[in-house]
Design a protein around this ligand. Sequence first.
Ligand SMILES: [Fe+2]
Length: 173
Amino acid sequence: MTTLSIYHRPHITHPVRHLTSFSDISALLANAGIQLERWHIATIAPDAGSEELLRLYDADIERLKQQEGYTSADVIKLTPDHAERQALREKFLQEHTHAEDEVRFFVHGSGTFFVPLDNQVLRLTCGAGDLLRVPANTPHWFDSGEYPDFVAIRIFTNPAGWVGLFTGAETFH
Ligand SMILES: [Fe+2]
């Protein structure tokens, strides 16, 4: 399920707003230049490989590539028993930017993005079927949770894949 909470710094324990309507959430994000779309949810086998997942969403991925100039896509899968889940969580919990858009489509499970805007912080939890595009150079961080459980397609402009520039700013989750 897709949810959006808005925090006002320095009060990061309680959100000032909490939205659960997809259309309200996507409209609010659009005002901040962030695109949230809903794609169809394909039925996938638990052991489906990356190639198969990319093939299932090939038409949507190609459309975005044509529209936005993205060039490549991969699949990230994190499971609750992933050996490096803690290290990966800590890496993505650090505020960072990318020189390209951050584009994620959740095939399965969920993950939470944080985007600071002035003294506000948007806390967006994406679920299966959500396609998120955060513009290049937008500071953000991501929480996969203590026991991560998601499969997401990542779409890139840079064929090298994930490259983050850490800002060193303080974060919360
Ligand atoms: Fe990122």
